[in-house]
Design a protein around this ligand. Structure first.
Ligand code: BGC
Length: 740
């Protein structure tokens, strides 16, 4: 106790900042006291010893380095107990600058939420913000200051395993979600319930050639600005405290040393005041890229370009001082990076109380908060996408006597968490409601549930089929839960074959012979190629990975206690040969008029152009009728806006939610424009028989794009306006003209 008080007094007396001083003044005062070595220490981030989320480069003596003030931040240390231990070390350093603790809190902390791609399928910005809010509350209660999220990389390539971490293929939806997630994580910045967001990966990482992780990206700057950068800007507008650069090279320059991205755009044009952390080892990896000769050159290139903190490369730690002494790196550059980091430490309140986030009582309370579980169940249900319900098998009747629940995912627990779930120590992190438990919870003793695994996810053997058939023969309905294991998507999980692994499709074919109704649940972290299933099976539910409450949420949807409302945030390809596939493509000079035209048109001779399931698609247990599209004016000047109104009626027999999507097409541009582009949407809830009039506003921003000179603006001319239930299910159309 005495020791703690002495430490606290020492701490207070050393800084003695006055209440009147602004954070910038405090930062300046502190900076003046720092040696060059201590400054460089702030730019240095190491992983904890327990968990590594990448290849560890050097087994350094971290603890003693912290005591010497040579480390500014640690990642992968969690829990009030452990973060306190590490913060204690920092409090023994000369200047007692608190450490920042960062972690990949991607879709929940102890309570896991659907993987981000699944959550994006909810199109429910309030729910998405809430999920990030709860994740932040739990993480912050467990000593974490900083999450490496949201990932806002647009991707049109489901081979890329990291699509599970983002919001899919669309820039508009992705930007809205990026904004919501940052708001959710950061809450009231500086509160004990909030963490800093880290927007990643800057930039264009999702366009890795061939969908192969870490691969190069080559694209025009126009495409970069129009499609890949807006979600980053939206996250910045939401107040994102930090950015992370990406592993890839962009047009030949690795992102970690990309002056155009970091200096010109992020810190220049966008005036970003927070700090940039490298990705894991990405500074050092520039040697492999062939961009620099060694770690020293890597440090020079990265600090010059604007990467402020070095995660796990040891490039800054071991080379910056020398580079300053050689006059290759001006101290002002180091000072700028240090100030950015210190500012965040002040804003978080860590100089007032370095242990602010280390309260075990709060940790206990927040990590076991039943409100969080409740929200996780609701958000999981909202993320489910009903792909087919042709024979109205769903929702299942609560009067069923026997259900056969078959498949490798039925009793799996860990899979439901999805990739990037946090392995929370010291608390019950195994809380996952399996799909089996969810169904049991739902039907109680009323219905008999029979189980057979049928096969393992990747099995080659059909040994379990007989058992599955036996069980199926005794049931009124078969629910078959199949897919791809959770660890087949995520970082470094690129795949060339997106078909269902193993003999799972054969299992479906066998069960189909029984003639019984079959509900297929497909669990995956990416769009899979499910062409055969889509053509041959009548009832398909895409469940992604839904988190802690997966089982309950799935049961809610199966029995109609929640009417599914999810819409796909990515196009589902018919086969891998269509990738990259995205709905908002250009028309080309020879567009295919029909799905079968192949005569000198832009098409495949062996495959349709359209996806199997389009962007924005998803069914409900009810139906919606769209009518009365009205535009407030048919001609506008670019200072004006159009109010669009449309009536949506629930024409089915149950309450439901619909995502009403507004798309535009700019008919002629100084650069060619997509055939259709999402520009707004609203998710509404309607009781059966009810009608709602909803309104959208089309302003100049929505009509603008980047021309070849990278100027953002609109151009006079005709626009098509489309309102639909998906990008391929346009219900109402009109047009208007933009005049000078
Ligand atoms: C990933 C980042 C992650 C970091 C720290 C890297 O390998 O690309 O997204 O935040 O590791 O875990």
């Amino acid at each position: 106790m005495k020791k703690i008080i002495t430490l606290a007094l020492l701490f207070l007396s050393f800084f003695a900042f006055s209440q009147q001083q602004t954070i910038d003044q405090k930062v300046e005062i502190l900076l003046k006291k720092m040696t060059l070595e201590e400054k460089i220490g702030q730019l240095n981030q190491y992983t904890g010893d327990n968990a590594a989320t990448g290849p560890i480069t050097i087994n350094s003596n971290k603890k003693s380095e912290i005591k010497k003030g040579l480390i500014g931040s640690m990642l992968n240390i969690m829990g009030t107990q452990y973060t306190r231990q590490y913060q204690d070390l920092a409090m023994q350093s000369r200047l007692k600058i608190p450490l920042l603790f960062g972690l990949d809190v991607i879709h929940g902390y102890k309570t896991t939420f659907p993987i981000p791609l699944a959550e994006a399928a909810s199109w429910d910005l309030t729910a998405i913000e809430l999920s990030a809010r709860i994740a932040a509350t739990e993480a912050a209660a467990s000593g974490i200051h900083w999450t490496f999220a949201p990932m806002v990389d647009i991707s049109r390539d489901p081979r890329w395993g990291r699509v599970m971490e983002g919001a899919g293929e669309d820039t508009y939806l992705g930007s809205k979600i990026a904004y919501a997630r940052v708001k959710g994580f950061q809450g009231n910045f500086g509160d004990v319930n909030s963490v800093m967001a880290c927007v990643k990966h800057f930039a264009a990482y999702g366009a890795a050639i061939g969908g192969r992780d870490y691969n190069s990206v080559d694209m025009s700057n126009r495409m970069l600005w129009e499609t890949y950068l807006p979600p980053f800007k939206a996250a910045l507008d939401a107040g994102a405290a930090t950015f992370m650069n990406s592993f890839n090279d962009l047009n030949g320059i690795p992102a970690s040393a990309n002056t155009y991205l970091l200096r010109d755009i992020l810190k220049g044009k966008w005036n970003f005041q927070g700090f940039v952390v490298s990705d894991w080892g990405s500074i050092g990896e520039m040697v492999n890229h062939g961009y620099v000769k060694d770690n020293k050159e890597a440090a020079l290139a990265s600090i010059t370009a604007g990467s402020d903190m070095d995660m796990e490369s040891n490039a800054y730690r071991y080379h910056l001082e020398e580079l300053v002494k050689e006059n290759k790196v001006p101290v002002a550059l180091i000072d700028d990076a240090v100030k950015r980091i210190l500012r965040k430490k002040f804003e978080l309140g860590l100089f007032d109380d370095p242990y602010k986030f280390c309260n075990p009582e709060r940790e206990q309370k927040e990590l076991n908060n039943p409100e969080h579980t409740k929200a996780a169940r609701e958000i999981a249900a909202k993320s489910i996408v009903l792909l087919k319900n042709k024979r109205d098998v769903l929702p299942l009747s609560k009067g069923l006597k026997t259900i056969a629940f078959i498949g490798p995912m039925v009793k799996s627990k860990r899979d439901n968490h999805g990739f990037w779930a946090v392995d929370v120590k010291d608390v019950d992190s195994t809380y996952i409601v399996s799909q089996w438990e969810g169904l049991e919870n739902k039907v109680g003793k009323r219905t008999k549930i029979l189980y057979a695994k049928g096969c393992g996810v990747e099995d080659k053997s059909k040994e379990g089929f007989a058992d599955a058939l036996l069980v199926a023969s005794q049931a009124e309905v078969i629910i078959l839960s199949i897919g791809e294991n959770f660890n087949k998507s995520g970082e470094a999980k690129s795949k060339s074959n997106l078909h269902l692994p193993g003999v799972q499709e054969d299992l479906i074919k066998e069960l189909q012979k029984t003639g019984k109704p079959i509900v297929i649940l497909i669990n995956a972290g990416r769009p899979l190629v499910i062409d055969w299933i889509a053509d041959n099976m009548s009832t398909i539910v895409y469940t992604w990975w839904l988190g802690s409450e997966a089982g309950n949420a799935i049961a809610d949807v199966l029995f109609g206690d929640y009417n599914p409302s999810g819409k796909l945030p990515m196009s589902f390809p018919r086969t891998e040969g269509q990738i990259p596939i995205y709905y908002n493509h250009f028309n080309t000079g020879r567009p295919a008029e029909t799905e079968t035209s192949t005569n000198y048109v832009s098409a495949y001779i062996d495959l349709k152009n359209s996806p199997k399931f389009p962007f924005g698609y998803g069914l409900s247990y009810t139906t919606f009728e769209y009518s009365d599209l009205k535009l407030s004016q048919k001609t506008i000047k670019n200072s004006e806006s159009i109010t669009v109104s449309v009536n949506i009626k629930n024409t089915g027999s149950v309450k439901g939610e619909e995502v009403v999507q507004l798309y535009l097409r700019d008919k002629v541009g100084s650069v060619v424009r997509p055939i259709i582009e999402l520009k707004d949407f609203q998710k509404i809830s309607l009781n059966r028989g009810d009608t709602k009039t909803i309104q959208f506003t089309i302003d100049n921003q929505k009509l603008s794009f980047y021309n070849n000179a990278l100027e953002f603006g609109s151009e006079p001319g005709d626009f098509d306006l489309m309102i639909g239930s998906s990008s391929a299910d346009i219900r109402l159309r009109d047009s208007f003209e933009l005049v000078k």
